[in-house]
Design a protein around this ligand. Structure first.
Ligand SMILES: C=CC1=C(C)c2cc3[nH]c(cc4nc(cc5[nH]c(cc1n2)c(C)c5CCC(=O)O)C(CCC(=O)O)=C4C)c(C)c3C=C
Ligand SMILES: [Fe+2]
Ligand SMILES: [Fe+2]
Length: 354
């Protein structure tokens, strides 16, 4: 950032400084390698976040470090090994590709150049390190887009904490906007619907469509988390857009951890029940995940496929996340430009209002 060492204040030197803007895309984060050694610090940071698990700190610290972090890293590493790519973790590869495409799209669509950088809530590159980098580059307007279509305190709320904490160490923080959720954004719903229609066009329609969202403890919803309602709203909008009736499309919740009761119905139980009731082909989409990751590629496409077949089904067909498809890039670019309204950086190209 240009600066002067003369702080005496020479009156009348008026020159308009360019105001730079950036989008900070934030995803959950992922281990650096599919090994227990690399998974352990990732899980320690993730499961140590009180937004994710809110038990009294000392009690939870003992359970986490005394039990969970001795057992889970090896089990998780094994699951990561099943989906790891030559370029690394799918969540990282997919999120980076999305950031590149979004930057390209916004450069074409916006009146002034907009930077897009990716941060991970857990692991690297961290939220504070990316905010400090943008600050050094002179960015004065920051729009934060957590890659979670539905708001939950455990996901989006935690990103907000990390951003707020990073701001505390800045003498002159940038102007800030945060997109809370985009669960019912029509362009997003349309992008999801088109990906399902494309799947049907190439592979034929399964007998049922299951929408599986990441679960959270039911208690969090009772205490005011809007996540369940937003998942149901996404599902309802998608069902209408696809013209399906209630018997053709179901909603369930996956990835349960621990002993508390999580949101129902559980995905694994639903998949087994559908197979046992005679359903042979099942389409599964996971509209809560912007980018494919362990929870979609391993838990749904592999584990739940096994459950389905063991219970008598023939084929569970996983419909990929939107990832860096043009539909996702276009809908997120439009969302960003709407939320950046009033910041001329995000005004459409050709708009010349001052
Ligand atoms: C234990 C509590 C957990 C809560 C609450 C939770 C909420 C939540 N998570 C996502 C998105 C993702 N979670 C992912 C992995 C993952 N999730 C948990 C636990 C909770 N998640 C764990 C322990 C793990 C790690 C893997 C494992 O050991 O099983 C991922 C994938 C990460 C990857 O590297 O691919 C995503 C994405 C949301 C959206 C959410 C709340 C709505
Ligand atoms: Fe999770
Ligand atoms: Fe999982």
């Amino acid at each position: 950032m240009p600066r002067s060492d003369d702080y005496t204040g020479v009156a009348g030197t008026s020159r308009e400084l360019p105001v730079q803007a950036a989008v900070l895309l934030v995803n959950l984060g992922t281990p650096e390698a599919p090994t227990a050694k690399a998974v352990r610090p990732y899980l320690a940071q993730f499961l140590g976040d009180r937004r994710v698990i809110d038990y009294p700190r000392w009690l939870w610290w003992l359970i986490l470090h005394g039990v969970i972090l001795r057992v889970r890293p090896a089990r998780s590493a094994h699951a990561y090994q099943r989906i790891w790519t030559p370029k690394g973790s799918p969540l990282r590869v997919g999120s980076e590709a999305l950031a590149v495409r979004l930057q390209e799209k916004l450069s074409q669509a916006c009146r002034e150049p907009v930077r897009v950088v990716l941060a991970m809530r857990y692991g690297q590159p961290s939220v504070p390190s990316q905010i400090e980098r943008l600050q050094r580059e002179g960015v004065r307007r920051l729009l934060v887009l957590p890659l979670y279509p539905q708001y939950s305190a455990t996901s989006t709320g935690s990103v907000l904490d990390a951003v707020a904490e990073a701001m505390q160490s800045l003498r002159w923080p940038p102007e800030l906007r945060l997109i809370n959720d985009y669960h019912d954004d029509p362009a997003h719903i349309d992008a999801l619907a088109r990906s399902i229609e494309q799947h049907w066009a190439t592979r034929g329609r399964g007998e049922r469509l299951l929408l599986s969202f990441h679960g959270i403890p039911e208690r969090y919803v009772r205490e005011g988390d809007p996540y369940f309602d937003q998942c149901q709203a996404t599902a309802g909008a998608l069902r209408q857009r696809l013209a399906l009736d209630e018997s053709q499309m179901l909603v369930s919740f996956q990835s349960r951890v621990g002993r508390e009761s999580w949101l129902h119905p559980y995905t694994d139980a639903t998949v087994r029940e559908l197979a046992a009731s005679g359903v042979k082909t099942l389409d599964v989409a996971c509209p809560g995940f912007a980018v494919d990751c362990l929870e979609t590629l391993e838990e749904i496409a592999m584990q739940n496929n096994d459950f389905f077949r063991e219970a008598g089904g023939s084929e569970l067909r996983y419909i990929p996340a939107l990832n860096d498809t043009p539909d996702q890039v276009d809908s997120l670019a439009a969302l960003v430009m709407r939320h950046g309204g009033g910041w001329k950086n995000f005004a459409p190209r050709g708009d010349s209002t001052p």
